[in-house]
Design a binder for this molecule. Structure first.
Ligand SMILES: [Zn+2]
Length: 246
């Protein structure tokens, strides 16, 4: 499941053999407080034609990631479990190299995908606009407080389930920072950091497309998704395939 269900190829098979990612199903229980973290499930990364970093055409993996994230969000909302959502939002005069301008403040690119727009009015959802790749860093306020740390503590969250895009970029950086912060004792009572592989994906720029432009860098989707999960696991995250509820 998970990365295995991404379209198969000899190079993906090789990666799975050389750097396997151990994935297990996860059953969530009422007795262990879990928070859902949604990373950038917004038009600018998920809706075809919505800006420089959006898919250029229909993308099966992005659709699947959105569907699974919506499913999880609905159950969390029904159960009154806490949800924390990042929305990438940039000021036009502050670039984010190596990426081209994207998700400019106030644009439709910074809005949730249509299937998640209801989160804007969901009382259990905390929304955080971030102007950097790593949402944990993007949660710091000027006074040194951190909206994500406050969310974990005020809800007494013991584990977070992370979804979104991109597995090897914003999801990975957030996950790594949260793990380090947890290890240093900043996130008590947080114990587990879990990445939901089927609720994550990354963008696709295959080698044959990269060869067509001198500024294009190859980024094959299934391989980079797998690498993102592998690195997150190596930092101490759990990687889960199917998520169900007790
Ligand atoms: Zn950005």
């Amino acid at each position: 499941m998970g990365s295995e269900s991404q379209s198969s190829s000899p190079s993906l098979d090789l990666l799975q053999e050389q750097i396997p990612v151990k994935q297990q199903p996860l059953v969530l229980s009422n007795n262990f407080k879990t928070g859902l973290v949604l990373v950038d499930i917004i038009n600018g990364f998920c809706t075809v034609g919505s800006g420089n970093l959006a898919p250029k055409q229909h993308d099966k993996q992005v659709t699947k990631m959105v569907e699974e994230s919506v499913r999880l969000s609905k159950v969390f909302a029904d159960k009154n479990w806490p949800i924390f959502a990042y929305l990438d939002s940039h000021h036009p005069h502050i670039p984010e190299p190596p990426y081209p301008p994207h998700c400019l403040v106030g644009s439709d690119e910074t809005k949730f995908v249509p299937e998640l727009l209801w989160l804007e009015n969901e009382p259990n959802a905390t929304l955080r606009r971030k102007d950097c790749i790593d949402g944990f860093i993007g949660s710091y306020e000027k006074d040194g407080s951190n909206v994500f740390i406050d969310w974990v503590k005020s809800n007494q969250i013991k584990q977070v389930l992370v979804c979104g895009i991109c597995t090897d970029i914003c999801v990975l950086d957030f996950t790594c920072s949260v793990l380090s912060a947890r290890n240093r004792g900043f996130l008590s009572p947080l114990e587990n950091v879990i990445v939901a592989s089927q609720a994550c994906t990354t963008y696709d720029l295959p080698p044959h497309v990269a060869k067509t432009g001198k500024d294009l860098v190859s980024h094959p989707q299934a391989l980079m998704h797998h690498v993102g999960l592998y690195i997150a696991w190596g930092r101490g995250a759990q990687i889960v395939s199917d998520v169900s509820f007790e």
